[in-house]
Design a protein around this ligand. Structure first.
Ligand code: NAD
Ligand code: ZN
Length: 362
């Protein structure tokens, strides 16, 4: 059995992230250490419940919990206020009070939606993240961003609401499609580039073990990613500045996702292309040594991720999409650019012509 813990230090919003194997059966004990209520609401989707519902319910039962299940259909299109409304109806019908913890069991879609429910039901109830995708384990479950989509844009309705506990069971990754694993690895690689050169070098050595889902390597990668994300969030809990470095690769990534109607790329794949483009842009601006950009692109490729913009997208349409992104204030192009592996800088007002010239050779 492997077990690691990462502390997220946010004053009275502090919590622990537990990362290891064989944790789902022990979820009841983890909850008992902090909560005394008799009922727990577990929010999930049919796919994840089919895989892990029994083991979770048995473990909760052993620790004296009476489990109430709430399911949302699988898919980003159900990350909506309508879904949250169903959870309010169910919670009221089951007479769940402010002491009952709410567990999100699933990927980032379940985590974001359940988190928004937990933040708003009776002005906030204890929230526990049990992420079952690599992306959710290394990114979505830590940091307290919760929310749902609006027809006019992704994540347009939300809150900052930190979980009280995160339990990431690496065993759940065994049932995840390989493409989802690779997409999660994009964010893992991102942490290395933005904040930790030693971790990046370790990823270069360990990428094949990670792709084979070797538990020790996974534990190391997930724990370090959570530690690095926690360090950024601790400096800027509600994203007024520094937290934006987590958007490395996302300027181009979001544009590619928007241009393809969110149907072609997994988020991590679009971000991988965006990280490679940002590295080349940094080289073109004289901020980054070419050899470092080559290492970034090579690692993305070894992880099975794309690193080039397909020829069918013109530089003009990509730049237009970047200007429309909600984070592009007043149509200005802001990039997180590496100065070296392990260190990035937020660069506002990047020249659009330069971006286009880099895009046309990517
Ligand atoms: N809150 C944040 O800080 C934050 C950060 C990054 C992403 N997000 C959000 O996360 C969402 C994407 O999350 P995701 O990539 O986890 O996608 P997802 O939640 O849609 O999960 C991907 C697929 O894997 C399935 N699945 C989940 N666990 C599984 C398992 N163990 N075995 C087999 N299948 C499993 C799901 O049912 C789904 O079909 C987006 O909505 C994004 O906006 C939030
Ligand atoms: Zn991302």
């Amino acid at each position: 059995m492997t077990l690691k813990k990462v502390a997220v230090n946010l004053g009275r919003h502090s919590y622990l992230v537990w990362i290891g194997t064989e944790l789902l059966p022990r979820l009841g004990e983890f909850l008992r250490a902090s909560f005394t209520a008799s009922k727990v609401l577990v929010i999930t989707n049919p796919r994840v419940r089919g895989l892990y519902g029994n083991v979770v319910e048995r473990g909760l039962g052993r620790a004296g919990w009476d489990t109430v299940w709430a399911e949302m259909p699988d898919g980003e299109e159900y990350k909506t206020l309508a879904t949250v409304q169903c959870f309010y109806d169910l919670a009221l019908a089951k007479e769940l009070d402010r002491a009952c913890p709410v567990v999100a069991l699933g990927g980032g879609v379940v985590g974001d939606t359940a988190g928004f429910f937990a933040a708003t039901y009776q002005r906030g109830v204890p929230f526990i993240q049990v992420p079952t995708t690599l992306l959710a384990q290394v990114d979505a479950s830590v940091g307290g961003k919760v929310g749902v989509n609006h027809p006019r844009g992704k994540n347009m309705i939300g809150a900052f609401y930190q979980p009280r506990l995160v339990v990431a069971d690496l065993d759940t990754l065994a049932t995840l499609p390989a493409r989802e694993i690779r997409a999660g690895l994009a964010e893992v690689i991102k942490y290395g580039v933005i904040k930790d050169a030693v971790f990046f070098a370790w990823l270069e050595e360990s990428i094949d073990r990670l792709l084979r889902l070797e538990r020790d390597a996974l534990a190391q990668a997930v724990a370090t990613s959570c530690r690095l994300k926690a360090a950024v969030v601790e400096e800027d809990e509600v994203e007024t500045g520094h937290r934006q470095i987590l958007n490395y690769g996302h300027t181009v990534g979001h544009a590619l996702e928007a241009l393809t109607g969110y149907r072609v790329y997994h988020h991590g794949e679009a971000v991988a292309i965006g990280m490679a483009v940002a590295a080349r842009l940094a080289v073109a601006m004289g901020l980054l040594a070419e050899e470092q950009a080559v290492r970034i692109t090579a690692l993305l490729q070894r992880a099975g991720l794309p690193s080039r913009v397909p020829a069918k997208f013109s530089a003009d349409e990509l730049v237009k999409a970047m200007r429309l992104d909600k984070k592009a204030r007043g149509g200005e192009l802001t990039f997180v650019l590496p100065e070296a592996i392990g260190r990035v800088r937020l660069v506002p007002r990047v020249d659009a012509q330069l971006v286009k010239s880099v895009l046309s050779v990517c």
